[in-house]
Design a protein around this ligand. Structure first.
Ligand code: SF4
Length: 208
């Protein structure tokens, strides 16, 4: 992974998951989509940086197949940040093809917001879990992102009990937080459930 700051490319402002704490769920937010050509242009402005393709939800972009196709023709390392609630079955072979060591996809960053008690997770949890299984079976590297806020918890489904799922381990855990006082509590939870998985902490958190 590059040591430079990442080049974040927001493919779209659309996200249908309905996380009430997130600005992308606002009904007033205009749904915007970068063209596939513009995605390539923004990435190529900083070829030395890791590109992070994010949203909104990248897999709700109507031209995501074209965007993925273009990514196989370039050499810039990139990650894709997804909320994990879109079934990735249609794209899994393409993602496998794009992944390192042969491709430049460094990994998928899986958000956990749609699993929390602040969202009606009942329809999203099976899809999210299946996506993790697809990564494991296809040997696509992935990480987990926890965006820690005062109202985040996973008590309705007990994420921490999914030990069989996480046998296909995340490469690292990205921990974003808004209040330092919550950090120790979450570090303890994550370390006791994921043991030796590296944790990257980031105090930039836009939803406080
Ligand atoms: S899945 Fe992520 S981007 Fe989408 S509404 Fe939830 S927190 Fe926001």
């Amino acid at each position: 992974m590059s040591s430079e700051a990442a080049n974040t490319v927001m493919l779209t402002t659309k996200c249908s998951s309905g996380c009430t704490h997130c600005p992308f769920s606002s009904p007033d937010l205009e749904k915007l989509f970068l063209s596939p050509a513009m995605v390539q242009k923004i990435m190529s402005q900083h070829p030395e940086r890791l590109a992070v393709l994010s949203g909104g939800e990248p897999f709700e972009h109507p031209e995501i197949s074209e965007i993925l196709k273009n990514l196989s023709k370039q050499t810039i390392p990139f990650r894709i940040a997804t909320g994990g609630f879109v079934d990735l079955t249609p794209w899994i072979n393409k993602l496998k093809f794009l992944s390192r060591p042969t491709g430049t996809l460094q990994g998928i960053s899986m958000g956990t917001d749609v699993l929390s008690s602040r969202v009606n997770h009942s329809k999203w949890a099976p899809i999210w879990k299946n996506n993790i299984r697809l990564f494991f079976e296809s040997q696509i590297p992935y990480s987990l992102t926890f965006s820690i806020g005062p109202d985040l918890d996973f008590t309705r489904l007990n994420l921490w009990k999914w030990t069989d799922l996480f046998d296909g381990k995340p490469e690292f855990i990205y921990l974003r937080y808004s209040k330092k006082e919550l950090l120790q509590e979450w570090l303890h939870k994550i370390q006791s459930n994921f043991e030796a998985i590296p944790i990257i902490q980031d105090d930039i958190f836009p939803y406080s």
